[in-house]
Structure formats: C-alpha cells, structure tokens
Ligand binder design. Structure first.
Ligand code: FES
Length: 134
C-alpha cells in the first residue's frame, strides 16, 4: 500500500515505514524550511533527529522533525518558516551559540584545560605532564 501525502500542492507518495523526510527526498524535494537569517533552504541533514534542520509543518502542527515523523496516508505537509519556535530561544528553542564567545581563535575566552587541576592526569607542580611518582 502506498500512502499519499500532499506538499506544495503536489502528491508525495510514501511507503509504510518511511519517514516524511525520506518520502520528500525520494520525491525529489530537497528543502522545506528556510533559515531565519538569509532564508537559506533546509531539509534533511543528519537524518536521525539531532540537527533540527528538517522541521516541517504536518497537518498544521509546526516544527515536526521530518526525519522522525512517520509518513502516513493523507498527511498535509507545509513549509516551516525560519522563525519557527524551534529556532527561537524566546519561544522555547535552544539557546543560540555565539561562536565568538566560545572560540578562543575568534576572541572568546581561553579553553579551560582540566589537566592542571587533576593530579591523576600527571601534571604536578612542575607542570611538565609527568606521571606522578610512586
Ligand atoms: S535531519 Fe536532522 S533532525 Fe531531522
């Protein structure tokens, strides 16, 4: 049995067990979301529910991960705009990372080296990385 979903006015076929994202890609559709900054197209990236690049609106419910949403007969899929809740920390999305704040190479603070604080890692008062003597 083949399912039939709709997206941008077209019928998207899917097989039982397929994800919405897999069905879209199989139908030649590579993007269904745009980024807030720059409006760049997004679709499947990691394919395992980690990156949130594949957010899509399913039957009016926004921010569904297409890679984890099982295809089903009659689903109505629509693009998810870039200002979706999943991208906006003010609306419950993850906090934004500012690379300049985190990367010493970009002016951020130096990374903390756990080794000087942990004698088990072999750095004592000499700081030379020698293993502690017995
Ligand atoms: S493709 Fe990464 S979460 Fe769906």
């Amino acid at each position: 049995m083949t399912y039939h979903m709709t997206f941008r006015g077209a019928v998207v076929p899917a097989e039982p067990g397929q994800s919405v994202g897999a069905a879209l890609v199989a139908a030649g559709i590579r993007d269904w979301r745009s980024t807030r900054r720059g409006g760049r197209p997004r679709g499947l990236f990691c394919g395992i529910g980690v990156c949130f690049d594949c957010l899509i609106t399913v039957d009016g419910v926004p921010d569904r991960r297409a890679c984890l949403t099982p295809a089903a007969d009659g689903l109505h899929l629509t693009d998810t705009p870039g200002d979706s809740a999943s991208e906006d920390p003010a609306l419950g999305g993850p906090p934004r990372k500012d690379p300049a704040r985190e990367d010493p190479a970009l002016g951020g603070p130096p990374r903390k080296d756990p080794a000087p604080e942990d004698p088990a890692l072999g750095r004592g008062e000499m700081g030379g990385g020698h293993a502690p003597s017995a």
